[in-house]
Design a protein around this ligand. Structure first.
Ligand SMILES: Nc1nc2c(c(=O)[nH]1)N[C@H]1C(S)=C(S)[C@@H](COP(=O)(O)O)O[C@H]1N2
Ligand SMILES: [Mo]
Length: 161
Protein backbone atom coordinates (compact mmCIF):
# COMPACT_ATOMS: atom_id res chain seq x y z
CA UNK A 1 0.00 0.00 0.00
CA UNK A 2 1.33 3.41 -0.87
CA UNK A 3 2.16 5.88 1.87
CA UNK A 4 -0.69 8.12 0.72
CA UNK A 5 -3.20 5.26 0.95
CA UNK A 6 -1.93 4.35 4.40
CA UNK A 7 -2.33 7.94 5.53
CA UNK A 8 -5.86 8.15 4.13
CA UNK A 9 -6.74 4.90 5.86
CA UNK A 10 -5.37 6.15 9.19
CA UNK A 11 -7.29 9.40 8.75
CA UNK A 12 -10.52 7.50 8.05
CA UNK A 13 -9.97 5.50 11.25
CA UNK A 14 -9.43 8.71 13.22
CA UNK A 15 -12.67 10.14 11.86
CA UNK A 16 -14.47 6.97 12.87
CA UNK A 17 -15.57 6.19 9.32
CA UNK A 18 -16.95 2.66 9.13
CA UNK A 19 -14.90 1.72 12.14
CA UNK A 20 -16.28 0.06 15.25
CA UNK A 21 -13.67 2.01 17.22
CA UNK A 22 -16.05 4.95 16.89
CA UNK A 23 -17.80 3.09 19.68
CA UNK A 24 -14.59 2.16 21.47
CA UNK A 25 -12.74 -0.93 20.29
CA UNK A 26 -15.89 -2.80 19.31
CA UNK A 27 -15.55 -4.74 22.54
CA UNK A 28 -16.79 -1.91 24.72
CA UNK A 29 -20.18 -2.40 26.31
CA UNK A 30 -22.53 0.10 24.71
CA UNK A 31 -25.85 -1.13 26.04
CA UNK A 32 -27.21 -2.59 29.26
CA UNK A 33 -30.65 -4.16 29.32
CA UNK A 34 -32.10 -4.96 32.72
CA UNK A 35 -35.31 -5.57 34.62
CA UNK A 36 -37.87 -8.14 33.63
CA UNK A 37 -35.65 -10.10 31.24
CA UNK A 38 -33.75 -13.37 31.27
CA UNK A 39 -30.92 -13.12 33.77
CA UNK A 40 -32.03 -9.71 35.07
CA UNK A 41 -29.15 -7.89 33.40
CA UNK A 42 -27.50 -8.32 30.00
CA UNK A 43 -24.80 -6.21 28.39
CA UNK A 44 -24.01 -5.75 24.72
CA UNK A 45 -21.13 -4.58 22.55
CA UNK A 46 -21.68 -3.23 19.03
CA UNK A 47 -20.57 -6.65 17.74
CA UNK A 48 -23.13 -8.42 19.99
CA UNK A 49 -25.88 -6.23 18.59
CA UNK A 50 -24.79 -6.79 14.99
CA UNK A 51 -24.79 -10.55 15.60
CA UNK A 52 -28.54 -10.32 16.27
CA UNK A 53 -29.08 -9.26 12.69
CA UNK A 54 -29.64 -5.71 11.51
CA UNK A 55 -32.07 -3.95 9.27
CA UNK A 56 -32.09 -0.63 7.48
CA UNK A 57 -34.52 2.24 7.75
CA UNK A 58 -34.37 5.16 5.36
CA UNK A 59 -36.27 8.20 6.56
CA UNK A 60 -36.19 11.91 7.13
CA UNK A 61 -35.95 13.01 10.77
CA UNK A 62 -36.15 16.35 12.60
CA UNK A 63 -32.39 16.08 13.21
CA UNK A 64 -30.95 15.54 9.74
CA UNK A 65 -31.02 17.29 6.37
CA UNK A 66 -32.74 15.09 3.84
CA UNK A 67 -33.34 11.36 4.08
CA UNK A 68 -30.81 9.29 6.00
CA UNK A 69 -30.38 5.52 6.20
CA UNK A 70 -30.04 3.97 9.62
CA UNK A 71 -28.86 0.42 10.23
CA UNK A 72 -29.51 -1.33 13.49
CA UNK A 73 -31.31 -3.97 15.48
CA UNK A 74 -35.11 -3.96 15.42
CA UNK A 75 -36.17 -3.28 19.00
CA UNK A 76 -38.67 -6.15 18.63
CA UNK A 77 -35.72 -8.43 17.92
CA UNK A 78 -33.77 -7.14 20.94
CA UNK A 79 -36.79 -7.59 23.25
CA UNK A 80 -37.14 -11.15 21.98
CA UNK A 81 -33.42 -11.79 22.46
CA UNK A 82 -33.42 -10.72 26.13
CA UNK A 83 -36.78 -12.47 26.66
CA UNK A 84 -38.39 -9.25 27.84
CA UNK A 85 -41.56 -9.74 29.85
CA UNK A 86 -42.91 -6.31 30.56
CA UNK A 87 -45.09 -3.63 29.11
CA UNK A 88 -42.73 -0.70 29.44
CA UNK A 89 -39.19 0.03 28.30
CA UNK A 90 -37.47 2.82 30.18
CA UNK A 91 -34.85 4.02 27.71
CA UNK A 92 -31.98 6.05 29.19
CA UNK A 93 -29.32 8.09 27.38
CA UNK A 94 -25.75 9.03 28.27
CA UNK A 95 -26.98 12.55 29.12
CA UNK A 96 -29.40 10.98 31.66
CA UNK A 97 -32.42 11.80 29.51
CA UNK A 98 -34.93 8.97 29.86
CA UNK A 99 -38.41 8.14 28.68
CA UNK A 100 -40.90 5.33 29.26
CA UNK A 101 -42.06 3.68 26.04
CA UNK A 102 -44.71 0.95 25.82
CA UNK A 103 -42.97 -2.12 24.37
CA UNK A 104 -46.03 -2.60 22.18
CA UNK A 105 -45.37 0.79 20.55
CA UNK A 106 -41.74 -0.10 19.82
CA UNK A 107 -42.74 -3.42 18.25
CA UNK A 108 -45.79 -2.28 16.29
CA UNK A 109 -44.12 0.81 14.88
CA UNK A 110 -40.88 -0.89 13.87
CA UNK A 111 -38.50 1.04 16.12
CA UNK A 112 -34.83 0.37 15.41
CA UNK A 113 -31.86 0.74 17.75
CA UNK A 114 -29.58 2.21 15.11
CA UNK A 115 -25.80 1.77 15.27
CA UNK A 116 -24.93 3.21 11.86
CA UNK A 117 -26.14 6.19 9.87
CA UNK A 118 -25.43 6.25 6.13
CA UNK A 119 -22.99 3.37 6.56
CA UNK A 120 -20.94 4.84 9.40
CA UNK A 121 -20.87 4.07 13.11
CA UNK A 122 -22.07 7.10 15.05
CA UNK A 123 -19.80 8.90 17.48
CA UNK A 124 -21.20 10.15 20.79
CA UNK A 125 -20.90 13.68 19.37
CA UNK A 126 -23.05 12.49 16.47
CA UNK A 127 -25.93 11.16 18.61
CA UNK A 128 -24.29 7.74 18.84
CA UNK A 129 -23.30 5.11 19.49
CA UNK A 130 -26.96 4.04 19.63
CA UNK A 131 -29.94 6.05 18.39
CA UNK A 132 -33.47 4.76 18.86
CA UNK A 133 -35.40 5.77 15.76
CA UNK A 134 -38.76 5.11 14.19
CA UNK A 135 -39.47 4.87 10.45
CA UNK A 136 -41.03 8.35 10.50
CA UNK A 137 -41.60 8.53 6.74
CA UNK A 138 -43.52 5.24 6.74
CA UNK A 139 -46.26 6.55 8.99
CA UNK A 140 -47.38 10.19 9.46
CA UNK A 141 -48.67 9.27 12.95
CA UNK A 142 -45.03 8.87 14.02
CA UNK A 143 -44.17 12.45 13.09
CA UNK A 144 -45.40 13.94 16.34
CA UNK A 145 -43.80 15.21 19.53
CA UNK A 146 -44.70 11.91 21.24
CA UNK A 147 -42.52 9.79 18.97
CA UNK A 148 -39.82 12.42 18.71
CA UNK A 149 -39.61 12.31 22.52
CA UNK A 150 -39.22 8.52 22.24
CA UNK A 151 -36.40 8.91 19.73
CA UNK A 152 -33.57 8.74 22.24
CA UNK A 153 -30.04 9.30 20.98
CA UNK A 154 -26.92 8.22 22.89
CA UNK A 155 -28.94 5.33 24.32
CA UNK A 156 -27.01 3.59 27.08
CA UNK A 157 -29.54 1.41 28.88
CA UNK A 158 -33.01 -0.02 28.70
CA UNK A 159 -35.00 -1.21 31.73
CA UNK A 160 -37.96 -3.50 31.12
CA UNK A 161 -40.75 -3.22 33.68
N1 LIG B 1 -30.40 11.59 24.40
C1 LIG B 1 -31.47 12.39 24.30
N2 LIG B 1 -32.43 12.07 23.40
C2 LIG B 1 -33.53 12.86 23.29
C3 LIG B 1 -33.72 13.97 24.11
C4 LIG B 1 -32.65 14.29 25.02
O1 LIG B 1 -32.71 15.28 25.77
N3 LIG B 1 -31.55 13.47 25.07
N4 LIG B 1 -34.89 14.71 24.00
C5 LIG B 1 -36.06 14.02 23.41
C6 LIG B 1 -37.22 14.87 23.17
S1 LIG B 1 -38.26 15.20 24.46
C7 LIG B 1 -37.54 15.29 21.92
S2 LIG B 1 -38.98 16.10 21.56
C8 LIG B 1 -36.57 15.18 20.87
C9 LIG B 1 -36.10 16.59 20.71
O2 LIG B 1 -35.16 16.75 19.73
P1 LIG B 1 -34.51 18.21 19.59
O3 LIG B 1 -33.87 18.54 20.91
O4 LIG B 1 -33.57 18.09 18.49
O5 LIG B 1 -35.66 19.13 19.29
O6 LIG B 1 -35.47 14.32 21.16
C10 LIG B 1 -35.66 13.31 22.14
N5 LIG B 1 -34.47 12.52 22.36
MO1 LIG C 1 -39.80 16.76 23.61
Amino acid sequence: MSVILRMLFALALCLGLSDPSAAGDGKAIVLTVEGNIEGERQTFTIADLEAMGTEQVTTTTPWHDGAVTFEGVAVARLLEHVKAKGETAEVTALNAYFVDIPTEDLIRNGAVLALKRDGNYMAVTDKGPLFLIYPFDANPALRTELHYSRSVWQVSSIAIR
